[in-house]
Each structure stands twice: as C-alpha cells, then as structure tokens.
Design a protein around this ligand. Structure first.
Ligand SMILES: [Zn+2]
Length: 377
C-alpha cells in the first residue's frame, strides 16, 4: 500500500480549516508541488486563500481542482473520535474533510509525484487550483482566480474536480454537468384596507392567483438524455397582517428553477415578468442566479479519457450523472473548460464521523495517476 497518500492526507486533515479558513493546508500542498517543479502562486482574495500551481508551459493543461475548507463539525460530542484528529478504525480514516475533500487533494498530489517521476518531460501542463471557500460564499475563491487566469490567457482546457462523486464503489459515477439554479423573489402590490370595505382596498392575494397559477404550469422544455426537464417550484408565499379583518397591502414570495443547458436565464426572466404584466398586476421582482447549467459532452477528450481509464483500472463503466448540488466545476465551465468530477464515496460528506475507506484512498490516487498517463504521457 502506498502510505504516502495516507500520511499526507492525515497532515491535511489535522488542520482545522473551517470555511473560509485554509489553516495551513495550502502551504503543505505548495511545498510538495514545488519540489516537483510546479510554479507556485498564492492568490488570496478577501479572507480567502487560493493556490494556483502549474508545471509546464505547453498546452493542453489538465487542472486538478479542489478546496481545503470544510463544513463545521456539528455536535462534537457525537463524533466517535475528534473531527480534526484523523483516526483509523476498521480500514477507514475518520475526520472532517475525509470525503469532502482533502483525501482527493492528497490523492492528486501523490498521483502527480509518481507521474512526474516516471514522465518528467510529459506533454502539456499540470495545474492545481485549490481554494478555501467552496463551502462558503464561493466568491473570492475559484471564481476570482479564474477571472485572473482569464486575463492572463491561462484558462485550462481540462478540469478534474475531486468532489466526492462515487455512490457505491469508487468511480461508479462521474459528474459531467449540473443544472442551473435561478431564484425569483417577487412582491405583488395591492392596497391595504378593511375587509368590510373591499372597494376602498386592493387585495394582492386575489391579484396573485392567476399569474402564479400560470407560472406554476409553464412548460419550459422536455427531459433530454442527460438532464431531467426544467422545473419551477414555489418555495415561499406570504401575505396578511395576522388579523382576520384586514386586506393586506402586499404579497411576497419566491420560487426557484433548476434548469438545463439550452435555456437562457434571460429568457426565463422575460417569460415570467411578461405573465405578471399580462395579468396587469403591479409587481417587483429580484433575481438571483446561483449557477448557470453546464454539460461536458460524452465525446469530449476529457470525459472519454476518464471513462476509459476507470474501465481499464477498475473493470466497470461509470455512470455519467448531472444530478446533485453545485460545485466549483460550474465556474470553469463558463470559460469553456471541459469539466469532470471524480472523487471518493459521498455517503458521509458533511456528516458526523465523515470517513474514507483506506483502499479507496489508494485506488483514487492510482486512478488520478492513470488519467495523467492517458492524457499527458
Ligand atoms: Zn466539497
């Protein structure tokens, strides 16, 4: 067993890097990569530490992406061993961040060490973009670094995100895209008054029925081979003063859409606003776009290589999935980078007693190395 990955992982897991605190992890990563001939740049923005490391000046660039920050421990008393004291029990390594996602980072670093030793004159370039705010605001992290890299014309062609993508066994699932997420916060304006004198008031609840009904039943697209159909769900509606004899002055609410590529946020906004206008209601609406959808084609070189390597190494074919929450992969995709997420089992992420299987940790490092060989040897 290659215990290099385990030892390095334990060092990372001992850092109490609660988001957005990096707590020294990136310095440890930079030390290892510098020894391999990576050029190291620390790119802090606001309170967030970011690391950009690159080996080589040729294209294409394969960028390993990840985050050193972790979510809070939760109720510390419920942990079998302390969350920041990595502890081995029954073939598993327990610590906050073991699955999400310090194990992936350790596996990436040791994979590079072995690869560079074997192939010091590899093709293209290898890069690392490591941030400490993926679990938090995600503004001063990957997004900010990519903006800088774009100015420098250094956007990588390929990105492998180490988020925990596997569901039962290592590499059984690859994330190849995500739906977009758009929220609309709306207010329908009426005029407050006495229930007994409706002629002197304007009831925003009554005004809301028709447009909201129509919005709820809009059909946006059909399910495709890779994405379910776009769905709009109301999450909140509120009106009323609490008294039973008052017509309220306003009704407020919000809804969220999970939408597939091919649907533009601007189109969604226009469509919904046009319904309020058609029904002649006085309204305000504020939009929040938390992520655009993306999809990396199955026939792209990156997806093809990763899929093929898993089959060769592990003997089974991964499912290509677009489900689940967001990751920093979405920010790379906006620049046209091919993105894939491949990491360990996600069963314990963000939970008490988060862990990774030790064999899986070694196999993950071997898998990353085999992908390097396939793409850059
Ligand atoms: Zn994560």
């Amino acid at each position: 067993m290659d215990s290099d990955t385990l030892t390095f992982n334990q060092a990372l897991l001992s850092c109490e890097s609660l988001t957005p605190n990096d707590a020294g992890c990136q310095a440890l990563i930079a030390q290892r990569l510098a020894k391999l001939g990576f050029e190291i740049r620390h790119l802090p923005f606001g309170q967030v530490n970011n690391l950009w490391a690159k080996r080589g000046h040729q294209e294409p660039t394969l960028c390993f992406a990840g985050h050193t920050d972790v979510v809070p421990v939760g109720d510390a008393a419920l942990w079998t061993s302390p969350a920041f004291v990595p502890t081995i029990r029954n073939g598993k390594l327990y610590a906050r961040g073991a699955a999400d996602m310090k194990s992936s980072i350790a596996a990436m670093v040791t994979a590079c060490e072995r690869f560079v030793k074997q192939h010091p004159d590899h093709q293209g370039s290898i890069a690392f973009l490591i941030t400490s705010d993926e679990e938090g605001q995600a503004i001063d992290g990957t997004q900010a670094v990519l903006k800088r890299l774009d100015e420098e014309k250094q956007i990588p062609k390929w990105c492998l995100v180490g988020e925990a993508s596997s569901t039962e066994k290592l590499g059984d699932t690859l994330k190849v895209g995500r739906r977009g997420s758009l929220t609309g916060y709306f207010k329908i304006k009426g005029k407050q008054g006495h229930i007994a004198y409706p002629d002197l008031a304007k009831n925003p609840i009554h005004l809301a029925f028709k447009p909201l009904e129509e919005i709820a039943h809009l059909v946006w697209d059909k399910a495709s081979a890779h994405f379910p159909a776009t769905s709009l769900q109301f999450a909140n509606i509120h009106a009323g003063t609490g008294a039973n004899n008052v017509i309220p002055g306003t009704l407020e609410g919000n809804f969220n859409l999970r939408f597939a590529p091919g649907l533009e946020p601007e189109h969604i906004k226009e469509k919904i606003e046009s319904i309020f206008i058609k029904h002649n209601v006085e309204f305000e609406i504020r939009w929040s776009l938390s992520g655009k959808p993306f999809y990396t084609d199955v026939n792209s070189k990156l997806i093809h290589s990763v899929t093929h390597t898993i089959e060769k190494q592990l003997g089974y074919k991964p499912v290509h999935s677009t489900t689940g929450g967001t990751s920093d992969g979405r920010f790379f995709a906006e620049y046209g980078t091919e993105v894939v997420e491949l990491g360990p089992n996600n069963a314990t992420i963000h939970q008490i007693d988060e862990c990774i299987d030790l064999q899986e940790l070694e196999a993950l490092s071997a898998l990353y190395e085999a992908i390097l060989v396939d793409l850059l040897k």
